[in-house]
Write a protein that binds this ligand. Sequence first.
Ligand SMILES: NC(=O)c1ccc[n+]([C@@H]2O[C@H](COP(=O)([O-])OP(=O)(O)OC[C@H]3O[C@@H](n4cnc5c(N)ncnc54)[C@H](OP(=O)(O)O)[C@@H]3O)[C@@H](O)[C@H]2O)c1
Length: 272
Amino acid sequence: MNGNRTNSSISISIVGGTGRMGMLLAKILKDKVETINIVSREVGRAQEAAQELNVSWLPLEEAHQSNIVIISVPIPETVKICKSIGQKMHDQSLLVELASLKTGITEIIKSSIPNCVEYLSLHPLFGPQVKDIVGKRFVAVEPASGSLTTEFLEMLQECGSVIKKATVKEHDLAMASIQVLHHFALITFSSALSRFAEENGLSEYLTESLEKTLQNIENIYENWDTIYAIQSLNPNAQKARKILAEVANQSIDAKNIAGEPLRQAISLLRKP
Ligand SMILES: NC(=O)c1ccc[n+]([C@@H]2O[C@H](COP(=O)([O-])OP(=O)(O)OC[C@H]3O[C@@H](n4cnc5c(N)ncnc54)[C@H](OP(=O)(O)O)[C@@H]3O)[C@@H](O)[C@H]2O)c1
């Protein structure tokens, strides 16, 4: 806790609060703090989203005055907006961004905001379609931690979420497997399907298993800008895609296809 302040006296501004993750966080946090402000480049959009969520709104020029400012904008815009708002924030306030990628973002933001401002580089490991965050994971990189950072992370845990702490390097290496490889496999599957399949009423043959995969493909398609940024900016992405291409090439002959890698993947992903 910071001094004698309780959660109920905290104000949070969400820049990009009209977007998918911004609106989700506003819904989740609005009963936890005194004020949630939706912030947009267009006042009308902020007002509309604030009304829908039954929270407040602020013009962009005033966002820096809140105790906590969450930046939830497209990955390529994150550094610029964090810099411009972070430089004006008050002592002991907290800047948070949600970028799905940390290399080239976290270090630059850390070096361009005042030392008296706390900074948390957060990655929600779920999308905006979730109803609540019970059991949902966040990766927390803490380049400039302090009491408000601790308080904010505790708030997320009180909502049922699980916090995994990591460095920038650890995060992006893990995400090369968890996101780059996974998404790339589905993107290449989609390309291959388009090339291979005849237009012959495939939807009528859909299995339960492919229905689950299709939902993932639809999520990737709807979230394309973020997915593309992860593929193009994660420093380990090229290596991961190359390995996938090599493995696929080696497996063209059916005699080279084995079940053992499935067991290995299950063991890697299920191990605590
Ligand atoms: N979507 C996911 O599944 C997911 C999961 C984990 C993390 N994230 C991260 O969450 C962040 C936001 O993603 P999102 O999916 O919520 O994005 P989004 O739905 O596109 O919303 C982003 C918001 O940012 C604002 N914005 C758009 N372009 C901008 C620009 N050039 N400059 C300033 N503001 C701009 C827009 O608000 P106004 O037009 O009203 O200003 C928009 O509503 C990203 O960093 C992403 O990596 C997303």
